[in-house]
Design a protein around this ligand. Structure first.
Ligand SMILES: NC(=O)c1ccc[n+]([C@@H]2O[C@H](COP(=O)([O-])OP(=O)(O)OC[C@H]3O[C@@H](n4cnc5c(N)ncnc54)[C@H](O)[C@@H]3O)[C@@H](O)[C@H]2O)c1
Length: 328
């Protein structure tokens, strides 16, 4: 088990959804300094507004495509979390940007960490590497059945870590997240999750739309659990390993929409429409390896977690409304 005492930690992509929760949880650790590197293409300063009150937090605006900056920030850094990436749909429509950020950017991070003698990195991979499940629950040795550009970039990233561990003994753990949800998840951008699309419709008094028959199932995990998994993975002795990070519970879109309708007290009925472009339709991960080697087990039940999303979203919308009223 690693001791984070007096260490300097770099959180790359730390202004984003998951990264900002990692920063929050790191503040409870006896660390010396937390440096956030983010270019704010998706993350926000608001996500770090509470954390930034702590003097140990420093925010640097910049990109993982900037090798000089990475080399500078890695100097004197003991531990790194690497979360910066373009998303599934961005990778569909801008494959070259995905290559530059997710693949070359990740290589830059791995190389700079090795050159600076970083003790361990935790890499945010994705369950997307598995593609559609060949068997469930998917264990970490499930084949790379991926057929997306996003998954391809995550597989490339994983392989860089593996190669640098083999060649240079760079310690790392890679986390393959299932579907993450929770406070601070994006609800305004072009690429928002099904949870937010359903809540948008409910807010507008319109029937939530389900594409297909709603039997598609996913493994939803709360962001607080994901942040905790990251810190456990950093502290653990395990290295050169990949871990699923999920609840290990299958939830269908029908069940999800029903829960959201109940939580919001809506009596709307879902509207079914023909299936549009789909990437993965059935996914649930085995949680055994993370439990055994990291001591990680998700704690937040879906219903409780969805409540936290609905409450946070309402609060966030109110705050934004207040700000725009004040500004006239
Ligand atoms: N949210 C999920 O359900 C999920 C599932 C599987 C995997 N992941 C992976 O987990 C990681 C974190 O996901 P998230 O949901 O917090 O996403 P996010 O987009 O909120 O966070 C990523 C952060 O990286 C930053 N970033 C992007 N390009 C950058 C660059 N070139 N240089 C520096 N910073 C850059 C963004 O501004 C953002 O703040 C990502 O790597 C993502 O691919 C997420």
């Amino acid at each position: 088990m690693r001791n984070l005492e007096d260490s300097r930690i770099l959180v790359i992509g730390g202004a984003g959804f998951v990264g900002s929760h990692i920063v929050d949880q790191l503040l409870a650790e006896p660390v010396r300094e937390i440096v956030v590197l983010d270019n704010f293409v998706r993350g926000t300063r608001a996500n770090l507004s509470e954390a930034a009150k702590d003097k140990r937090v420093r925010i640097v605006e910049g990109s993982i495509t900037d090798r000089t900056l990475l080399a500078e920030l890695m100097q004197g850094t003991e531990y790194v979390f690497h979360l910066a990436a373009l998303w599934l749909f961005e990778c569909v429509y801008q494959p070259r940007s995905a290559l530059e950020v997710n693949v070359v950017g990740t290589f830059n991070v791995v190389e700079a960490a090795h050159q600076a003698g970083v003790k361990k990195i935790v890499y945010s991979s994705s369950a997307s590497v598995y593609g559609d499940a060949v068997f469930t629950p998917m264990t970490e040795d499930h084949p790379f059945n991926n057929r997306t550009m996003y998954g391809a970039t995550k597989i490339a990233g994983e392989q860089f870590f593996r190669a640098f561990n083999e060649q240079h003994k760079l310690d790392y753990a890679g986390l393959r997240y299932m579907n993450i949800y929770g406070p601070r998840m994006d609800y305004k951008g072009t690429y928002v999750s099904v949870i937010m699309k359903v809540l948008d419709r409910i807010d507008a008094g319109q029937a939530p739309v389900i594409f297909g028959d709603g039997s598609q199932s996913y493994d939803f995990i709360h962001v607080a659990d994901v942040a905790r998994a990251n810190i456990l993975a950093l502290k653990a002795d395990a290295s050169d390993e990949f871990f699923n990070v999920g609840m290990g519970v299958k939830t269908t879109i029908n069940e999800l929409v029903k829960m959201l309708l109940e939580i919001t007290g809506s009596d709307l009925q879902p509207e079914y429409r023909p299936q549009e472009q789909m990437f993965v339709t059935h996914r649930v991960g085995s949680t055994e390896k993370a439990d055994q080697q990291l001591g990680f087990r998700a704690r937040v039940p879906l219903e409780e977690g969805l409540h936290s999303v609905v409450e946070w979203r309402q609060q966030d919308q109110t705050n934004k409304l207040d700000r725009s009223t004040v500004m006239g």
